[in-house]
Design a binder for this molecule. Sequence first.
Ligand SMILES: [Zn+2]
Length: 358
Amino acid sequence: MVGHARFVWNKALRLNLDRLEQGLPIVWYDDLCGLLRLWKQSEEYGFLAEANAQSLQQKLRDLDRAFTDAFDSAQPMKRLPRFKKRGVGGSFRLPQDVKVENRRVFLPKIGWVGFFKSREVPGTIKNATVTREANGWYVSIQTEAEIPEPNLHIGPAIGVDRGVAVFAATSDGELVDPVNSYAKSMERLARLQRKLARQRKGSRNRAKTRARIARLHQSIRRQRADFLHKVSTRWSKSHALIVLEDLRIGNMTRSARGTVESPGSRIAQKSGLNRAILDQGWDELGRMLGYKLRERGGHRLLVPPQQSSQECSECGHVAPENRTSRDVFRCVACGHTEHADVNAAKVILARGTAARAA
Ligand SMILES: [Zn+2]
């Protein structure tokens, strides 16, 4: 099922990339489903009929979404979808007829499968996604349930500045270290990848190294998720209003804060910064804060990011000269001096408070 889903994704992606190259419009979901029906009837791709039909359609839906996101100017960080590789990884989603009974799950076309039930499944099952990870198969189940309105969250407000050197700074003065689990594991990863490159293709040792790399990637992902959950849970419990910068608006050259640079280096920095952002999961943190606050009756508020790093949180004076170095903010008008990211977090909080009062 995973292989067939990947095949359908790659085939439809290839078709659309070729069309883009020829200046033709993309083929969207409904027409892709029509093509899928033709493929299944053909001799060459008839094997696709072995898989659950809906799981293949869901892959096409995902592809449709990926193209929509890539062309959405409000999501500057999204890129064109990429081909899925064989090997470890891969997933498929079953949009109906999934059942859970004690410690087994019913997956259409596969049947009842025993599983380790990590938690109760409340509400009505909407769909299930089966994922292949480095150490086995996982199923995640989406459900729907009525949740009572939470009581109003009574707590203070904070602004959070999401940075590069410091992962996040709050208007309370808290500095959260960058997620360096990735950096720490990078060295190990690089070593394993060099080893892999030396090993003979198709050898058993190469397969072992590949499996170790996949497990390392999995562990990095989990450490990062764990870190983001801890920070977002703590803040959403202690604060009723959390103000963040709206990163969709752009302002991606923030590493250039207070420094002079050539246009050439800006491009290099931008790609480096994009990577850093993805590594550290800012989007993910914002998303987690959003739903965790909502569950607790609090609010997440996004404000425009423009010049938050050059504005004085005490007197409001805006000047690039306020930023004397990467870490230090010193207002040329009033002399206010503070950690640059904490000052920015205070500016963000003030913008949020002003927006709510308006
Ligand atoms: Zn000032």
